[in-house]
Ligand binder design. Structure first.
Ligand code: WT7
Length: 566
């Protein structure tokens, strides 16, 4: 029996009070996410249960019980306090997927800090931009990424503490602190920072079309929504071994890779290794993974390898599969039924929504290719892009809109309340995605309503890439757009006009690609560069990415009346 039981009944009878009840929210007087994810599990009598199974790329495995998670996160909280960090300070986590990443996240919340996880593959510029915007006070990192941190520090006056979690006895520079979670004193209980449900908890940066990445700020009560969606969509039950393949640098990796599963007190497995079908299947087999939350790009990669590697492993522990981040094609759903004997259930949400908004639920009929229906408690619609009135005709495309008020809704964009307010129209939160709804209430994703590139489920802002490209000595102007890709859905393609005196060449292309990879990240790196004499612009001088993109996708170009140099 699934946790959700009947979707229809849950939908009819849902209230957020009921969701709070499932978590006994407020009963202890403690509203801190850190408490719910560790101490409370002990209070429920499950402290000796394994909360984290971690496997590194060498195959090394470490296990942590909920008692360990509590004690180690206490150590992080104590250390941060001793360094003078205060509640409300932004504290960045910049590491690969090692146990310290997951546990320090809880430690930061326990001392009242705002956790700011950043993807460890970010280059200096991507890192610096986000630390500068958040006026981040401290960063937790490892030796592997310390070089990048050191190079950004001179431009970041607010960043006064660098904590290296694997330094051992190695010498560090001034202002750097070595801290070992395993060697720290084991403190059973600490005073967890008193927070209210509205106290800020997590700051996730996400890319938009214009301007720098924006920091979506979440609060401690987000856990009410993350917990209930974990229970009802991911269907986590007591004895689950759950694997979320997402990196906590992105919201899936915190909402459903830390908070949701630990609030449910289940065992979660983490694989800190690159992708290979064999490795992934071996991981499922070895740890008896039962529930798997992954992404379409990963599923397509597995599909590419075919059924043969599937047959080489015993994957019978798997009982529920869920996907997020990009459109899940119908073929992937059908293939997973063939390969694993069960379909992937699509789920839809965003950094800003903090938890799953639209999904396919255990027991509910799946229409392959559809994202499913709104989560109980979530009012979602597609609205007319001009009037923002709900569209009631089945099959008509509009913008996905959600009625504000769910607990995990972002509360602002850091330092950018103005942009935050622009996301709300006519009493709806406007997602910026296009979809239709069919006569049965199922949502069908159509595409984004902006120029943001979704590569392998990760959003990359064209503006960020274009700004970085301008720093390359040969580049006069550029446009970055998404180009269709059979695996990653989209990859970055850059159109570049060179400065006089520069010649296009393969060497230059490789140099430009590496330039972006190092400055921003491998995701932002253009997979293709096309040299052009000039870029299409509007009369006001804005580059028409829409036009370049349409060409890549073989789409109708639409209204070009504002083109200056058509
Ligand atoms: C954007 C949000 C979802 C949390 C991780 C990504 C796209 C997300 C789906 C889906 C089609 C999807 C949307 C959305 N997206 N889920 N099931 N089908 N597209 O969070 O980085 O804020 O990205 O990802 O375009 O707006 P994010």
């Amino acid at each position: 029996m699934s946790n959700i039981g009947s979707y229809e009944t849950r939908h009819r009878t849902f209230s957020w009070k009921l969701a709070e009840g499932e978590l006994e929210y407020g009963k202890s007087g403690n509203y801190n996410i850190g408490y719910f994810c560790t101490d409370r599990i002990g209070e429920l009598g499950n402290g000796t249960r394994v909360g984290l199974i971690w496997e590194g790329f060498t195959g090394e495995v470490r296990r942590y019980t909920y008692d360990d998670l509590r004690i180690h996160s206490n150590a992080f909280a104590i250390m941060l306090r001793q360094l003078g960090l205060q509640p409300g300070d932004r504290i960045c986590i910049f590491m690969d997927r090692i146990p310290e990443l997951y546990i320090s996240f809880i430690g930061i919340l326990k001392m009242g800090g705002i956790a700011q996880p950043l993807f460890s593959a970010f280059g200096e510029e991507a890192l610096a931009m986000r630390l500068e915007d958040a006026e981040t006070k401290a960063i937790l990192t490892t030796r592997k990424h310390l070089g990048k941190v050191r190079r950004t520090r001179p431009s970041l006056p607010h960043l006064t503490r660098t904590i290296v979690v694997d330094a051992g006895d190695r010498p560090l520079e001034r202002g750097e602190i070595a801290f070992s979670m395993e060697k720290a004193q084991r403190v059973e209980n600490i005073e967890i920072a008193k927070v209210t449900p509205e106290t800020p908890s997590v700051l996730h940066y996400t890319s938009g079309t214009t301007g720098k990445p924006k920091g979506a700020l979440h609060v401690h009560s987000s856990i009410i929504a993350q917990h209930i969606t974990t229970k009802w969509v991911l269907d986590l039950q007591d004895d689950e071994i759950y694997w979320c393949t997402a990196d906590p640098g992105w919201v899936t990796g915190t909402s459903y890779g830390i908070i949701g599963p630990w609030a449910c007190g289940v065992t979660q497995a983490v694989l800190d290794a690159g992708f290979s079908a064999h490795k992934w299947y071996a991981f499922i087999e070895k740890h008896n993974v039962t529930v798997w939350y992954s992404a379409p790009t990963a599923i397509r990669l597995l599909m590419k390898e075919g059924l043969e590697p599937v047959g080489k492993h015993n994957l019978s522990s798997l009982r529920h599969l869920v996907s997020v981040g990009e459109p899940l094609n119908a073929e992937a759903v059908i293939w997973s039924e063939k390969a694993f004997g069960r379909p992937f259930h699509d789920s839809y949400w965003q950094t800003e929504t903090g938890s799953i908004m639209i999904s396919n639920y255990p027991g509910m009929k799946i229409k392959p290719g559809s994202m499913g229906k709104p989560f109980p408690g979530i009012t979602a619609a597609v609205v007319n892009p001009k009037t923002f009135e709900p569209i009631t005709t089945a099959g008509t495309v509009g913008l996905i809109a959600i009625k504000p008020g769910w607990p995990s809704m972002f509360r602002t964009y850091w330092n950018n309340q103005e942009t935050y307010e622009k996301k709300f129209k006519n009493g709806w939160y406007i997602s910026g995605d296009r979809s239709s709804v069919d006569a049965d209430g199922y949502f069908w994703f159509v595409g984004r309503d902006d120029d943001v590139i979704n590569t392998a489920g990760h959003l990359v802002g064209p503006f960020e890439i274009e700004s970085a490209l301008l720093e390359h000595p040969a580049v006069a102007e550029s446009a970055a757009v998404g180009k269709p890709d059979p695996i990653n859905m989209e990859v970055v393609k850059a159109f570049i006009a060179l400065k006089p005196g520069n010649q296009k060449s393969d060497d230059l292309t490789i140099d430009i690609m590496n330039f972006i990879r190092k400055k921003l990240s491998p995701l932002a790196m253009p997979q293709e560069v096309e040299y052009v004499d000039s870029l299409p612009k509007t009369r006001s001088g804005k580059i028409m990415r829409r036009l370049l993109r349409a060409k890549e996708w073989g789409e109708e170009i639409g209204d070009v009346s504002t083109l200056e140099n058509d």
